[in-house]
Design a protein around this ligand. Structure first.
Ligand code: FUB
Ligand code: ZN
Length: 634
């Protein structure tokens, strides 16, 4: 397959070239593969999401055979339910990359056959219309194709996820069955929108990223042109909810539905990379600054408003917030792309915060219970998780679990990247991977207990001695800045200095764009030892964040902590802390997947107050929880 000449200046090392070998993320990935993948497959089958494809196929078949009035009704609620199937397919494809499994692959082949059977002869694929073609079966659907897509039909949204799945399946198996269905669909989009006859701004973005992937895998320039056409259809005068209020290049703030917004910013980055559109880059840089400076929760979640699942005003960051799991995922996608443009570590600083906190909080340690919203405070009783108190087995609107599943399966794609003669090391976790830098194959091995320890031992093994640069991300938190803005600051002592040794010798490496730069002739087996001291920090919010005034939060390394009243003895609101409160870090083998807890000293409470990593809350039953604890002023 041809690949387009233009793309990001920095190329990610593909997730297939990196394997996690232990620790925090290996446990999560193992549960994802062993439990979440089969669980999500069953949910798609048991809830009727797959059956919708059969019903559409039946209508096509019987009408073609002469039953001109035959039609079916969907067995699920939402026209976007097709997208859950596609996301699960994408996740299965990633899982097959990690661990070949003929039984799973055959099951996926069966699903693909059912999807393909539901595709209309001209490439149209949208089960809710195809099974019931004479009149709309749902109020979000128009009599005619696409006409309500700018609103809520989700016809084009579903296709974005389809294309991502089709490319993942092709790359995992070499099979074209799903990819060819994607191309038949994209040809239809090209006929309907490519000549600009129809102008529709998709009501839910993601098609832009899907088309970029189709473009990369086929080399066909029409697909990225289509993504541009969809972006150019936005604004002025439409809904801010779906980012249609202004032309995309005039947008300066993150507004509206947070998943839609973050997918769009990520899609704009892809289109800019593949076409050289500098205006898109300028716009998403401004929007990113707005998020990092004014709209990011300490946990790396975004979109705090339940109403509209939306970004709020500047500094509007309530603790009982929404912060959808999908919005966290989309934020990570966007940040990875900002990094690929710029080589600036601050984007991976945000990605790391989101990954370790407001993203992975979305799934239970058991892998089969899920959060849709990820609030920073909980009263112990509210049915705030889409009418469910605590983690839910599934949802009517089930976007988050499959999104989480596919993201976790391919997480290692964010670990390393290459530009010219530099390797970027972005993510710290025990792993081994291979990168090609300046024509030399290099094996990279990390030994570390990150995120519980900041000691990282990176072994660099080029196939032969070779000169190149290794750029190690020095996280903002290790330089005394929890986030790349003044939105949150450490309220306590200065952070101790990080240090580096190479081949046993201390090295004073220069810091460029947040990376320690090591240029040398690397010998096979050279060891880099990075020491990122991990004291416990108290965090204070910007004075304009009303919800956290006179409150402190605790974090250590990239991990944000919370108090959960699992023993039912101490409501979080009854705990008062101060800048003088001391906290000891304790490794807790066997607790919540072997975490480090923080035990607060000098705090008046019936029992010692132990904080747990935020991402592990609600794994011990329903209980009040808070990240931000009341502060007494000494
Ligand atoms: O728009 C429908 C669903 O809402 C999408 O799948 C998600 O973005 C969710 O927020
Ligand atoms: Zn979601």
């Amino acid at each position: 397959m041809p690949s387009p000449a233009a793309d990001y200046p920095i190329r990610p090392v593909p997730f297939t070239a990196v394997r996690i070998t232990g620790g925090f993320w290996q446990k999560r990935q193992a549960v994802n593969l062993a439990t979440t993948v089969p669980y999500a497959i069953r949910q798609c089958e048991d809830t009727g999401r797959l059956r919708n494809f059969d019903l559409a196929a039946e209508t096509l078949r019987r009408r073609a055979a002469g039953e001109t009035t035959f039609q079916n009704k969907p067995v699920t609620i939402y026209p976007f339910d097709d997208s859950d199937v596609y996301k699960v397919m994408e996740g299965i494809a990633y899982a097959l990359h990690v661990r070949p499994d003929p039984v799973l692959e055959a099951r996926l082949d069966g699903w693909i056959a059912r999807v393909v059977a539901a595709q209309e002869p001209d490439g149209y694929l949208y089960t809710f219309r195809t099974m019931h073609p004479d009149s709309p079966v749902h109020e979000w659907i128009d009599e005619k194709r696409w006409l309500k897509d700018a609103d809520l039909s989700h016809e084009i949204y579903n296709l974005g996820h389809l294309y991502e799945a089709g490319v993942a399946h092709f790359e995992a198996t070499g099979k074209r069955t799903l990819l060819d269905a994607c191309l038949r669909s994209a040809e239809l989009l090209w006929r309907d929108f490519g000549d600009r006859r129809l102008r529709v701004a998709p009501g839910h973005q993601v098609i832009e990223m899907g088309l970029a992937k189709l473009h990369r895998v086929t080399g066909d320039a029409r697909w990225i042109e289509l993504a541009k056409i969809f972006l150019a259809a936005r604004g002025p005068g439409g809904k801010a909810y779906s980012q249609q209020h202004l032309p995309v290049t005039q947008q300066t703030e993150a507004v509206g539905h947070a998943v839609r917004a973050n997918y769009m910013y990520a899609g704009m980055a892809d289109v800019a990379a593949l076409t050289g559109n500098a205006d898109y880059v300028a716009a998403i840089r401004k929007i990113w600054d707005n998020v990092a400076e004014k709209k990011l929760s300490l946990t790396g979640g975004v979109g705090p408003l339940q109403h509209g699942e939306a970004y709020g005003a500047d500094y509007e960051l309530p603790n009982a917030c929404y912060n959808e799991t999908c919005a966290a995922i989309a934020l990570m996608m966007w940040n990875q792309r900002m990094f690929l443009f710029t080589g600036e570590a601050r984007y991976h600083d945000v990605l790391e915060r989101t990954a370790h906190n407001g993203f992975i909080s979305g799934v239970s340690l058991s892998g089969d219970r899920f959060f849709y919203p990820n609030p920073l405070a909980y009263d112990g009783v509210a049915k705030n998780n889409h009418d469910h108190a605590g983690r839910a087995p599934w949802f009517g609107c089930a976007c988050c679990p499959p999104n989480l599943m596919r993201t976790l399966a391919a997480l290692t794609g964010w670990f390393y990247a290459v530009r010219d003669n530099s390797i970027y090391v972005n993510f710290y976790a025990p792993n081994e991977g291979e990168a090609n830098v300046a024509g030399v194959e290099v094996r990279l091995t990390q030994a570390t207990d990150y995120p519980w320890s900041g000691t990282i031992r990176l072994t660099v093994t080029p196939e032969k001695p070779a000169a190149f640069t290794v750029r190690l991300r020095i996280p903002g938190w290790a330089q005394g800045r929890p986030v790349p803005s003044d939105l949150y600051t450490y309220a306590d002592a200065a952070h101790p200095a990080w240090s580096l040794r190479v081949a046993g010798e201390p090295v004073a490496a220069a810091l460029e764009n947040g990376y320690a730069v090591l240029t040398r002739t690397w010998q096979p087996g050279d060891v880099v030892e990075l020491e990122l001291p991990m004291p416990v920090h108290k965090v204070r919010g910007h004075p304009r964040i009303e919800a956290v005034r006179r409150r402190l939060a605790f974090e250590r390394g990239p991990v944000v902590y919370a108090f959960e009243d699992a023993a039912g003895q101490t409501n979080p609101e009854a705990i008062t802390v101060s800048c003088a409160t001391r906290a000891g870090a304790h490794a807790q083998p066997g607790l919540l997947g072997d975490v480090v807890t923080l035990v607060l000293e000098d705090v008046a409470a019936p029992k010692p107050v132990a904080l747990i990593p935020y991402c592990t809350w609600n794994n011990r039953g329903l209980a009040p929880m808070a990240v931000w604890l009341p502060e007494t002023v000494d």
